[in-house]
Design a protein around this ligand. Structure first.
Ligand code: SAM
Length: 303
């Protein structure tokens, strides 16, 4: 993201969640507040119509309106909904295990802190995002009258310029308390070294037993000769939006790199598994090619 520019892809993913909440049944993930964070005009400019699809889903159970979505958005929507579901389910399990704080990296228009007031009473939440995107979000929240709870902390950070550890040290984040990190839809946009330094920062500031959930794309997604139309059209549209995807990983290599940084991968689902676990029965939505959803645990900082 350029410094003066909030993330258009953060608007895009919120429009997808708002569309799904309004038009599909059953739901993979019900982000019933997403439509407050984006306007119909913003979504319309991306080809996503939030209204005017008749009859409404409520009147027609078990429907999917994905036919109304532009083709390239359909290619990514399933993964975006599946990761939202997986990350929040993993968070809920972590809360039951006694996790004490939640850090959302590249939060975009995430609505967790507003959808789950009962959890926020006990759980400090830290939203980290690029300064331009975070400023945009805070302004939007004020415009629509969504007041951030006292336990929600906003921390502006450019992963390419500053260390996550430094940014969290300036905040109410407690480096002795077990933490849960989520990193939805960000890794592919960053340089490899910024991804790795952020993982390193987490190993430094989160006690053993802390978890991070993240999504990433396998390396063939970044092969310029990849023959799949859906891959090329996604790249092309993101380039046009000014937010090209640049970094992918080989699953085995990533597991070994993370183990050197003090993490153990607890779960790493390929696109087929994501499809089977989260998208079966979600008519019209499919896991994007080369998608992975993963969870890693901090085992201890390497010496
Ligand atoms: C595709 S959006 C995902 C937003 C949100 N996590 C979601 O799933 O809807 C990418 C997010 O990464 C953030 N981002 C991209 N590059 C960044 C950087 N260098 N530093 C901090 N945040 C960055 C953007 O501001 C944006 O919020």
């Amino acid at each position: 993201v350029e410094p003066d520019r909030f993330s258009r892809t953060a608007i895009l993913t919120a429009c997808i969640r708002a569309f799904h909440a309004a038009h599909d049944d059953p739901k993979v993930f019900d982000d019933f507040l997403a439509h407050h964070l984006v306007t119909s005009e913003e979504c319309q400019s991306l080809g996503i119509r939030l209204s005017d699809l008749s009859p409404p889903a409520a009147a027609m159970p078990r429907t999917s309106r994905t036919a109304a979505l532009p083709w390239w958005i359909k290619a990514i929507a399933g993964s975006i909904l599946a990761r939202a579901r997986y990350f929040e389910e993993s968070l809920e399990q972590a809360i039951r295990r006694g996790i004490e704080q939640y850090v959302i990296l590249g939060a975009g228009m995430d609505t967790f802190a507003f959808r789950r007031p009962e959890l926020l009473r006990r759980l400090p939440v830290f939203e980290i995002d690029h300064p331009a995107t975070q400023t945009f979000k805070r302004r939007r929240l004020a415009e629509v009258g969504l007041k951030p709870p006292d336990t929600l902390h906003f921390i502006p950070l450019d992963f390419a310029k500053e260390s996550l550890a430094e940014a969290l040290k300036r905040s109410a984040y407690d480096h002795k308390a077990s933490a849960f990190f989520s990193w939805p839809g960000v890794i592919a946009y960053l340089r490899r070294r910024d991804v790795m330094s952020t993982f390193r920062a987490i190993a430094d500031i989160a006690p053993p037993g802390s978890n991070i959930v993240f999504d990433y794309l396998e390396e063939p997604f970044f092969d310029p000769d990849n023959p799949h139309r859906s891959v090329n059209i996604v790249h092309e549209n993101l380039r046009l939006a000014g937010e090209p995807m640049i970094t992918g990983f080989d699953p085995a290599g990533l597991a070994s790199e993370l183990s050197h940084l003090g993490f153990r991968i607890r779960e790493d689902m390929s696109a087929d598994e994501v499809e089977r676990v989260f998208l079966r029965g979600a008519a019209g939505y499919h896991a994007g090619l080369y998608t992975h959803l993963a969870r890693a645990e901090v085992e201890g900082s390497p010496s």
